[in-house]
Design a protein around this ligand. Structure first.
Ligand code: AMP
Ligand code: MG
Length: 410
């Protein structure tokens, strides 16, 4: 950080600096498996069992010994019983015998192959099978999903629905996870009013707290919403005190750009160590990052699109690290731009686009209308960022552009 210029901060350097500055939470709690959805695994989960526990049938059909499959034409097998899912057939199967078997039922002793019921001819207790059958077909091997002793999840895994099912399949009912991250946030600005109050001239509804709340909820943080804070020295200082005492991370929106009442800066200088940057990016130029009373602090710009862009670009990866997750590689795709994109060199831009796949299977992307940093509709209509690098001077219609699908931010 020695040789950076705070008045023209490179977005990637800012990102790296933020990531390197944060230390993950270490406290662990034990939760029921269902409550572990969207939590981060804190201790390795190993399997005490094979999944599936027994070699079983993948189809409804007939279990046979593969060595009895006819070399040519057909062969008649004697039906000697049934294996149901959860109620196995107890005897072993001898030469040219077969057992009716249901999907998920354990393979009877001696058998290794299942013939689909659609591929046999049934005549009372006689089953005719042809030569087209393959040895070991339609059988799931014991332990083929997970073998006993396997490591299933290591610390840092952010648990998704399939993971919760996988843990349940091991018979594990409780999971050790890192405690939730506590994130406090508030908005600053005398023009902001909360929903439920009619607007007077010059006032606007506070939308940033709602987008922040939504992005934080999706990350499963514990949220402390401190509301709208008036542009006075006392109110701002009190809000920072309250937020930093309760939370690991404090996020504000508004009040970090030049021309804003200066006491946000003054208060932060008094209570903490904060860097104020002008990042070479659009939208989202002003950004403050540091510590306030031991809590990490992100001062995001006030404009509604800037809040979202700076959250996705700077805050989210830091929060993921704080929650105990390893860095995530996010999806980047090259798409053909259906729009001409104007841009000045010397800053990165995150324009908003709608990507889709054309008739020939190629990704194409079109920009969402006006791209002003106050126009939240441009984010709401979009499903990706169109990323334009520092040196780019815009692109023509038909040029390639890198897109960052929003799904990859979940
Ligand atoms: P600021 O960074 O405080 O100068 O704000 C920049 C712009 O964003 C101004 O037009 C503000 O009215 C607007 N703004 C600031 N905070 C919010 C908020 N919480 N919700 C919606 N707009 C906001
Ligand atoms: Mg303001």
């Amino acid at each position: 950080m020695d040789d950076y210029d705070p008045s023209s901060m490179d977005a990637e350097i800012a990102q790296q600096h933020i990531l390197n500055s944060v230390t993950p939470v270490t406290e662990i709690e034990t939760v029921a498996v269902r409550d572990a959805l969207h939590r981060v695994v804190a201790t390795e989960i190993r399997s005490n069992i094979d999944v599936p526990g027994h070699t079983n049938s993948a189809m409804d059909g007939y279990a046979i010994r593969s060595k009895d499959i006819p070399a040519q034409d057909t062969k008649v097998f004697n039906l000697i019983g049934t294996s149901w899912a959860g109620r196995p057939f107890d005897n072993s199967v001898q030469q040219d015998e077969c057992v009716r078997i249901m999907t998920g039922a354990a393979m009877p002793d001696g058998t290794d192959t299942v013939v689909m019921q659609e591929h046999v001819q049934v005549n009372d207790k006689q089953i005719t099978i042809d030569a087209k059958q393959q040895a070991n077909q339609n059988v799931r091997q014991a332990g083929e999903d997970i073998a006993k002793g396997d490591s299933v999840f290591i610390p840092g895994k952010f648990l998704q629905p399939a993971d919760i099912g996988l843990i349940a399949s091991l018979g594990v009912g409780e999971v050790n996870v890192f405690r939730k991250l506590r994130v406090a946030f508030f908005s600053t600005g005398d023009e902001l009013v909360s929903i439920g109050t009619p607007l007077k001239t010059g006032q606007i509804y506070d939308s940033n707290r709602y987008t922040l709340w939504s992005m934080l909820t999706r990350l499963n943080a514990e949220i402390i919403d401190l509301g709208v804070v008036k542009d006075t020295r006392e109110a701002v200082e009190q809000a920072f005190q309250e937020a930093s005492q309760q939370a690991d991370v404090v996020i504000t929106s508004g009040g970090v750009s030049v021309g804003d009442a200066d006491f946000v800066k003054e208060t932060l200088e008094k209570l903490g160590e904060v860097n104020f940057w002008k990042v070479a990016m659009k939208p989202g130029r002003p950004l403050a990052f540091g510590k306030v009373n031991g809590a990490y602090f992100f001062g995001l710009p006030g404009n509604p699109v800037s809040v979202m862009v700076t959250f996705y670009i700077f805050v989210q990866a830091a929060l993921e690290k704080l929650m105990g997750q390893p860095p995530r590689k996010r999806l980047r795709i090259t798409a053909k731009s259906a729009s001409r994109l104007r841009k000045r060199a010397g800053r990165v831009e995150y324009q908003r686009g709608i990507y889709s796949i054309d008739e020939s299977g190629r990704y194409i992307v079109e920009k969402t209308g006006a791209q002003g940093s106050g126009i939240l509709r441009s984010m709401s209509d979009a499903n990706c960022f169109m990323f334009l690098p520092l040196e780019s001077e815009g692109i023509e219609q038909g040029d390639d552009v890198e897109i960052w699908p929003f799904e990859s931010f979940i």
